[in-house]
Design a protein. Sequence first.
Length: 509
Amino acid sequence: MSRVVVIGAGLAGLATACHLSRSGHEVVVVEAEHAPGGRAGRIDRDGYTFDTGPTVLTMRGLLDDVVSAAGGDLDALLPMRMLDPAYRAKFADGSQILVRHGHEAMREEIRTVCGPADAAAFDDFSAWLKKLYDVEMPHFIDANFDSPLDLVSSPAAAARLLGLGGFGRLGPNVRRRFADDRLRRLFTFQAMYAGLPPSSALALYAVITYMDCIEGVWFPDGGMSAVPRALAKAATNAGVELRLGQRVTEVLRRADGAVAGIVIEGDSEGGERLAADAVVCTLDLPVAYRRLLPDLAPPRVVKKGKYSPSAVVWHVGVRGGLPEGTRHHNIHFADAWDSSFDALIKQGRMMPDPSRLVTVPTMSDPSLAPDGSHVLYVLEPAPNLDGVVDWKTQRGRTREELERFLEREGYPTDIVAEELVDPVDWEAQGMERGTPFALAHTFPQTGPFRPSNVEKRVPGFFFAGSGTTPGVGVPMVLVSGKLAAQRVTDYLPAAPAWKPRPVRRTEVA
Ligand SMILES: Cc1cc2nc3c(=O)[nH]c(=O)nc-3n(C[C@H](O)[C@H](O)[C@H](O)COP(=O)(O)OP(=O)(O)OC[C@H]3O[C@@H](n4cnc5c(N)ncnc54)[C@H](O)[C@@H]3O)c2cc1C
């Protein structure tokens, strides 16, 4: 039996392992930390449970695919609820729009708040989003590329995307559809998730708006860190070995250059050597080249490319009640818009008038904080470390500004526990340029132009995660795991005599 090693038990690594779990290969996941999750991590402090990374969980079906690939049952492993509203959007003039689940409910919300013309426009808009998703998902997202020519390997799909206006600009497209400026912001801010200003992002990135506003937003019991724990359980139930608290320091190669295994940091001289026929690496890709393949030049785009903006996240455990109208996800849109993205993305400065996300997971699961208390997750976009911000001074300033912002908006500020994470911290956690959101999804950094998930100079070495295809965010990295698993099974067909192994159960805390 061949052995496949997956480096990293973040969502990409766990998805890879689940997809490979029944491939006939022995699968070992090696994770440096003592718990699975990576960026989807968790901090427990003073009775508060903080999710450290993603809070907006979309595309439940992709999680189902991963768990099913390992023979698991998502409902049993990861109970979750649909959030309705998915978001509360609060605007600078004090007005608000709820992003409701289901077409009729959202249409009615738009009719009530913005008027009948925009409600009618929503019919056409949501149909357009669905068409974009249907053409992009199978042909351009859930697809392995070997060369840019693959883009035209399905000319009908490319023509359809062109016909749908996918190569036009998102901002002007949505502006043409809706008269109310609040809706224009609500349906385009998601471009930021791809590291792009809404005005200049290609319309094809509206597929993120589809995932967010149409497919719905979910919240798992126990918080977002329940997601990696469930995937780890699915994988280990299917026979995958999960080694936690073991850091990979080297990739071993055979004389012909192909992968031979890995070295794990350890007490014994030189560390532990673990032989492998294939390796899937999920470290942030530029960092992986530096640390594990130091003799290989990374793809050009890794050095010269544009990285997404970063974020400051302030985790706060507070005593007290919430202001009326608070929902699980609250986006506080500022007055400024295009100028904010200019500051953030073009000038590398803090947004002078920032929009912020406040997630209150205790609204859905009160067990995440002591009685009478709440968890607040406050996120403000910030430039990555290519920008001009001096984080030694900005860190304290941002913390003060965020506290004043919470007070202004009526959130409780009797702080019991807190943790602030800035771009310097993201860099220390192994994220290139201090951004957890990888290379931006500009067109020349997307699809076949993004760093490939195959390192051809080291046969048997593959990548998954946000630095490779298809890209950043929970749905994309789950797909990246499936695509990497396909690469492995193309490279290492299962032995003809392979039979499923007995289930080995490893307890995951
Ligand atoms: C603040 C924040 C907010 C976000 N919000 C959202 C959101 O709302 N919705 C959404 O969809 N996405 C969101 N994302 C993005 C999403 O969380 C990431 O794209 C995704 O979790 C990345 O998963 P990954 O497996 O590729 O990487 P990681 O989670 O970084 O996994 C890599 C793993 O490798 C391990 N590792 C590193 N070096 C070694 C080594 N040498 N040996 C062994 N193991 C090693 C790390 O410990 C880590 O566990 C957010 C991210 C952050 C940080």
